[in-house]
Design a protein around this ligand. Sequence first.
Ligand code: GUN
Length: 293
Amino acid sequence: MELLDGKRLADEIKAEIAAEVEAIKKNGGKIPHLVAIIVGHDGASETYVGHKEKSCAQVGFKSEVLRFEDTITEAELLHQIELLNTNPDVDGFIVQMPLPKHINEQKVIEAIDPKKDVDGFHPVNVGRMVIGLPSYVSATPDGIVDLLHRYKIETAGKHCVVLGRSNIVGRPIANLLSLKANPGDCTVTVCHSRTPNIKEFTKTADILIVALGRAEYVTADMVKEGAVVVDVGITRVESPNTKSGWKLLGDVKFDEVAPKCSYITPVPGGVGPLTIVSLLKNTLKAAKKEVYG
Ligand code: GUN
């Protein structure tokens, strides 16, 4: 069994991006510029945006955070998005989710110029990804593809079972791995909350991707010997054995599943660290006009 070390890989890719930014600087090119909009004071969102700023600094990007109170109207937020859409200095931007209840998240996503949508949430980017055109792929599925690619895991002809059908993980990763590509060329099965006998599917998976948000859902009896297991789940639970009083659990019962696997992601330190890297990759692509020309 080998661990899929997302932290190590994230550091490796960040170093590659930093070297590229250094080269751009040397040649007098434009430094990639990412903006994050954050509305209100959600603790998790503050943490995520803080990590994104720090990562931008690590690779030499210009980054800014635009903060708005949760009293901002939908119209005013849409106006701010339009300002970023038309600001030639801004290569890409994200609007951190969740947004306050009075703001329609889908409307906000669709207001972002697809060329600057480095989160890859706009339906134009999702649609382009589905048919295999250049696009900004959203962070978690892109991170999973990076893991499979960099660890040179054979995917062609394999049966990949995805647990979960969310718009940001299950659905995109199922599409990406069914594309004629490498990683890709998989036969993909998507299981979800209404799938009976999930175990009958998971037991046939060469590659099992779990994104249900249910702590330790996947047990050893559900996994085929030699499978590759990618655990996207991350649930905070109370723990009397840690200093902080809590710990993070994945969707896979790691201790009993790991011995059966050829490769498995740890939680934390698996897919998680690669998600911010994806945002950096997309911002670099935006600055280089690689996706839309
Ligand atoms: N909230 C949690 N994850 C994300 C993300 O990747 N992008 C945005 N915009 N909001 C989030």
